[in-house]
Design a protein around this ligand. Structure first.
Ligand code: ZN
Length: 189
């Protein structure tokens, strides 16, 4: 199945479940996600869900007699619609056709990650570190969390916006350089 076909299938069949994960993430402030699976009849279905660190370490397996073809997760920090270097490494390792990441508003961006070299991954990691350090310099403890369910130590949205203005552009430029080749579709929830 091509990434374009999978986009259509995900939109058609999984939007409700994705919306549910979105709502859970908004309510808890903790990242929620799931693998996207395909069964032997070529039906696309949602795999077991994960939350928090589980999602960044490893996606839960697909149900018996189905295989992983993609994943969806929600970022709790900005810029939410861009994949991290860890997301790309995971996607390549699992051979995902479509790797989707969503924000708190109502958008999910899906990418087909292919042939990202370890050198590019390293460049992304460097950009991520610079970005985090920049946020910390301006007082972001967990940089740039913009979700509703923020703890007292997190920053109010106007401060986050101000930090994004300072730290975001360089980071986005660097990461977009990698991601622009891979973007396949946007799902509006
Ligand atoms: Zn991620």
């Amino acid at each position: 199945m091509s990434a374009e076909e999978l986009c259509r299938e995900v939109k058609k069949n999984l939007t409700d479940e994705i919306e549910f994960m979105h709502d859970l993430t908004v309510a808890s402030g903790v990242e929620h996600g799931a693998s996207v699976c395909q069964d032997q009849n070529k039906q696309v279905l949602m795999g077991t869900k994960c939350s928090g660190d589980e999602c960044s370490v490893e996606y839960p397996p697909c149900p018996l007699d189905s295989k992983i073809v993609g994943s969806v997760h929600f970022h709790t920090d900005e810029p939410a619609l861009m994949l991290s270097s860890a997301d790309i490494e995971n996607a390549q390792e699992l051979g995902e056709i479509l790797t989707c990441v969503g924000d708190e508003k109502d958008k999910v961006a899906c990418y087909q990650v292919k042939d990202v070299s370890s050198q590019q991954i390293q460049q992304m990691q460097t950009a991520e570190k610079t970005y985090t350090a920049c946020g910390e310099q301006w007082g972001a403890r967990q940089p740039l969390q913009t979700w509703e369910a923020v703890s007292e130590q997190d920053l109010p949205p106007p401060v986050v916006d101000a930090i994004m203005e300072k730290c975001g552009p360089a980071y986005k430029a660097e990461i977009n350089d990698v991601l622009k080749h891979f973007k396949k579709c946007v799902i509006n929830l």
